[in-house]
Design a protein around this ligand. Structure first.
Ligand code: TMP
Length: 216
């Protein structure tokens, strides 16, 4: 059986990750391969419940480390229930956010010690690193405006969308720093491009980075 592939999409708010995930999944399926599209926090019933608690802002009062623990608890369940079983069946998994979101949002912005966060990450993922991480890079003023447009009337911004522009600028730089440190895993894509152009660039990166006989 061909090995499954694990691709994660990362970036700030409104960068177009979920649209890109669907478009890439269509391309993978068109090759006759099975693919699961999923997201973090979430992707399993327990993790979706944790998502609701964090994004409502109820956990914020306990600080960034508790938020990191909760994102990690959600991730452990998501990996156990969905990601590892799918990969073991030889399927592809495209995940909207994963470890780099914790590194950036809780680490770089929540100012949690990088060593402590790295230990938490190691325990959480237990060796399950993404094969490829696509980082969608976008000016946060554009991303936040997009995120505001997609909200339902009367719906407020969530726990992280409501942070300052300075927060979102730091976040962008932190993602770029990860890409610089881990060039063999990460590819930075210009998310200001139209969705179809972005999807083509992402697909080209997948073909280059994950040369598998089945990716024509
Ligand atoms: P979204 O991906 O639906 O936009 O919402 C998830 C939010 O949670 C987003 O603001 C990023 C944040 N987040 C973290 O702070 N740490 C994490 O580990 C993950 C997965 C997400």
């Amino acid at each position: 059986m061909a090995p499954g592939r694990f691709i994660t999409l990362e970036g700030g708010e409104g960068a177009g990750k979920s649209t890109l995930a669907r478009s890439l999944a269509d391309r993978v399926e068109a090759l006759g391969l099975r693919v699961s599209v999923t997201r973090e926090p979430g992707g399993s019933p327990k993790a979706e419940a944790i998502r609701e608690a964090i994004l409502s802002g109820r956990v914020k009062q306990h600080g960034a480390f508790v938020e990191a623990l909760m994102f990690s608890a959600a991730r452990i369940d998501h990996i156990d229930r969905l990601i590892r079983p799918a990969l073991q069946r030889g399927e592809w998994v495209i995940c909207d956010r994963f470890i780099d979101s914790t590194r950036v949002y809780q680490g770089a912005l929540g100012r949690i010690d990088a060593g402590l966060l790295a230990e938490l990450e190691a325990v959480t993922i237990d060796g399950l690193m993404p094969d490829l991480t696509l980082i969608l890079d976008l000016d946060p003023t554009i991303g936040l405006a997009r995120a505001a447009r997609r909200r339902a009337p009367g719906e407020g911004s969530d726990r992280f969308e409501s942070e300052t522009l300075a927060f979102h600028r730091t976040l962008r730089q932190a993602y770029l720093a990860i890409a610089e440190r881990e060039p063999s895993r990460c590819v930075v894509l210009d998310a200001a491009q139209p969705p179809a152009v972005l999807a083509q660039a992402a697909w080209t990166a997948i073909r280059e980075r994950l040369p598998a006989p089945q990716v024509a």
